[in-house]
Design a protein. Structure first.
Length: 241
């Protein structure tokens, strides 16, 4: 079985080529990198299976790493992708969402439609093996309105992930940027329950204050505090504070 399945779209490929000259196929709309490890017989069977799938899907070219040097070259573009995007855009937002793997084709098409409608480019780099998307939303903060437009598109992509049965985070968690999206994924009762648990362990709100939860909510969340007891407190749960 593959130990890693990564994909980059055409815009991400262009950035990587400009940065590290990784020699991916000319004119490719996307590059799929599949790594297989294990006993030789399993690896050979896995390679054959991957080749069949790629051929049936219309792959333009198949390449095999014959040694560690070729393997490193195939990975070079993917590993440089995030930094490389800086060559084609002065600013960008790295997003992190996840969808079921079966939804990847439709979600990528939908991201393309959102990108075209907003007039903002999106370079897609993602862990295809587990449906974890890293859309890079490209903008120029020196141009009025571009930052706001990029942020709006970035959050629209997260909502798209939810619409297809996914999550607003695949691996990097929720901090400041994505806390506003928590309400799209969880009900008010869900958020209250999670926040009360947080308050039980951190009543003074000193651990990552203002992050994760939409604000203001319960104890310690900035900005501001409730001016009256939370209804769950009056229901007999005040001992959690």
């Amino acid at each position: 079985m593959p130990s890693a399945i990564e994909m980059m779209d055409e815009l991400a490929i262009a950035a990587a080529e400009a940065a590290v000259d990784c020699h991916y196929p000319d004119g490719a709309g996307a590059v799929l990198i599949v790594e297989i490890d294990g006993p030789r017989v399993d690896v050979e069977a896995g390679i054959a299976a991957v080749e069949r799938c790629c051929t049936l899907a219309g792959a333009l070219e198949l390449r095999h790493a014959r040694d560690d040097a070729e393997r490193a070259l195939l990975w070079k573009g993917r590993k440089s992708a995030f930094a490389a995007v800086g060559r084609i855009s002065p600013d960008y937002i790295v997003q992190d969402g996840v969808v079921p793997r079966t939804a990847l084709p439709e979600v990528l098409r939908a991201i393309g439609r959102l990108s075209a409608a907003a007039g903002i480019r999106v370079a897609n780099v993602f862990h295809a093996g587990d449906g974890n998307l890293h859309p890079l939303v490209l903008f120029d903060a020196r141009v009025d309105g571009q930052l706001a437009g990029a942020e709006e598109l970035s959050h629209a992509i997260l909502e798209l992930c939810l619409e297809h049965g996914g999550s607003i985070t695949g691996e990097h968690g929720v901090g400041l940027d994505k806390r506003a999206a928590m309400a799209a994924m969880f009900t008010p009762d869900d958020l209250d329950t999670m926040q009360m648990l947080r308050c039980a362990f951190d009543p003074q709100g000193i651990c990552n204050p203002g992050k994760v939860f939409p604000t203001p909510r319960l104890c310690g969340e900035q900005p501001g505090r409730r001016s009256a007891p939370h209804p769950l407190v009056s229901a007999g749960l005040a001992d959690l504070y």
